[in-house]
Design a binder for this molecule. Structure first.
Ligand code: SF4
Length: 335
C-alpha cells in the first residue's frame, strides 16, 4: 500500500510573531484559509482517487500554527477531518504542524478528541540564544514541554529544525539534534535557512551582519544530522523547503536546492566509503551496493567518483541486491 498526505495549507492567520526568517506572504503566497466545507469537499473528492491508486493518506493540516488559529475555526476543520476519516478507510490519520508555545493540555485534549494522530512542532533550534536572536517568541523549554504533552496524549511527535539561522553555528545544530533525540520524536524535518527579502534575515544579510552557512557546509552538516537521527531510529521525512515559485522569486541567499536530500545522502555514502577504504590503502576497487544506491554512490555529476579518484581510489560501482557497501580489490588484467 502506498502512503501519502492530503495536505491542507492553513495560512498563519494573524500570527502575532515576526520570526527573523519569515515573510508570511512569500511562504503562504496568496493562499486563503479554507472553510470547513471546502475541506470536507476536498477529502470527499480525493477519497475515490486514493482508493483507485491503492494509496492510504493522512489528512495533514500544514502551515505551522494550526493550534494558534481561532479556536472555533480549528475545531470546524477538525470536525471535517474526523468525519472523513470515519467515512473513508483510505484516511488513516490526521496530522498538523504548530508552534511549541501553542500546545497545552486543553489543546492536546481537543486534538485527541477529534482523532489527531501526529503533531509536528516547529522547534527550529534548541539553543535559546538562536531562538531569541531570530525572534521566535518561544524557548527550548517550550519545545520540551510541548513534546512531552504530545507524547503523553498518545499522539506521534514530529520535530522540525532549521540550520544556519542568525547567530547559529554547526555545533548548535548538532546540539539541537542531540536534544531532539532525547525527546524521542518519531519524525524530524530539517530545513536549511532560506533568506528571503523583506525579512529581518534579509536585511541582516544585505548589511553584511549575517552570513548563513555555505552550501558545502550545509551538505556536510546535514549528512551528520541524517546519520545521527538514523542511528537513533528517527526518520528524517523532509530535508529542505519544497519547491515554490514565491520562495525562488524572493530568496536573496541561504540554501535551497531541489535535490538537497539526494546530495546529502550521496555525501554520507562517500564518507562511509572513504572510512572503509582507508585501511585498505589507495588502489583499484569494485564497490558493490544495492541498485537503489547506485546513483547516490556515484553522486551528482559523478562528484563522488571524482573525489575518490583525487584521494587515490579508482572505484567501479556494481549492483548487488541488499548490499550497502561491500569492497573487493580489483585485480589488474593479466594476473
Ligand atoms: S514562522 Fe514565525 S512569523 Fe512566520 S508564521 Fe510561523 S510563527 Fe509566525
Amino acid at each position: 500500500m502506498k502512503r501519502t498526505n492530503v495536505s491542507i495549507f492553513i495560512p498563519h492567520l494573524g500570527c502575532p510573531h515576526r520570526c527573523s526568517f519569515c515573510d508570511q506572504y512569500s511562504i503562504s503566497g496568496s493562499v486563503k484559509a479554507p472553510s470547513a466545507d471546502e475541506v470536507s469537499a476536498l477529502l470527499e473528492e480525493q477519497a475515490p482517487v486514493l482508493e483507485r491508486s491503492g494509496t492510504e493518506a493522512q489528512i495533514a493540516f500544514f502551515g505551522g500554527s494550526f493550534t494558534a488559529v481561532p479556536r472555533e475555526y480549528m475545531i470546524s476543520l477538525l470536525e471535517s477531518a474526523k468525519r472523513a476519516a470515519e467515512r473513508f478507510d483510505v484516511y488513516t490519520g490526521i496530522r498538523c504542524s504548530t508552534r511549541p508555545d501553542c500546545i497545552d493540555e486543553q489543546v492536546t485534549e481537543i486534538l485527541t478528541k477529534y482523532g489527531m494522530t501526529a503533531v509536528e512542532l516547529g522547534a527550529q533550534s534548541m539553543s535559546d540564544d538562536v531562538l531569541s536572536a531570530n525572534d521566535r517568541g518561544h524557548t527550548a523549554g517550550d519545545v520540551r514541554r510541548a513534546s512531552e504533552l504530545i507524547k503523553e496524549s498518545g499522539m506521534e511527535l514530529g520535530l522540525q529544525m532549521m540550520t544556519g539561522l542568525y547567530r547559529d553555528t554547526p555545533e548548535n545544530c548538532l546540539y539541537t539534534a542531540d536534544e531532539f533525540i532525547k525527546l524521542r520524536p518519531k519524525t524530524v524535518r530539517i530545513y536549511p535557512t532560506v533568506i528571503l527579502k523583506n525579512t529581518k534575515l534579509g536585511r541582516l544579510f544585505e548589511s553584511g551582519e549575517y552570513k548563513s552557512f555555505s552550501f558545502e557546509e550545509t551538505v556536510g552538516l546535514c549528512a551528520e544530522l541524517l546519520k545521527k537521527f538514523g542511528e537513533n531510529d528517527i526518520s528524517v521525512i523532509r530535508m529542505g523547503l519544497h519547491a515554490s515559485a514565491e520562495v525562488e522569486r524572493d530568496m536573496v541567499g541561504g540554501v535551497y536546492h531541489p535535490a538537497l536530500r539526494e546530495i546529502v545522502e550521496s555525501r554520507l555514502f562517500l564518507k562511509e566509503l572513504l572510512k572503509r577504504l582507508e585501511p585498505l590503502g589507495a588502489g583499484s576497487y569494485d564497490v558493490f551496493t544495492d541498485k537503489r544506491n547506485l546513483s547516490r554512490a556515484v553522486g551528482q555529476k559523478r562528484e563522488n567518483l571524482t573525489r575518490l579518484e583525487a584521494a587515490g581510489y579508482n572505484i567501479r560501482f556494481r549492483g548487488r541486491g541488499g548490499a550497502y557497501i561491500e569492497i573487493a580489490p580489483r585485480l589488474s588484467k593479466g594476473r
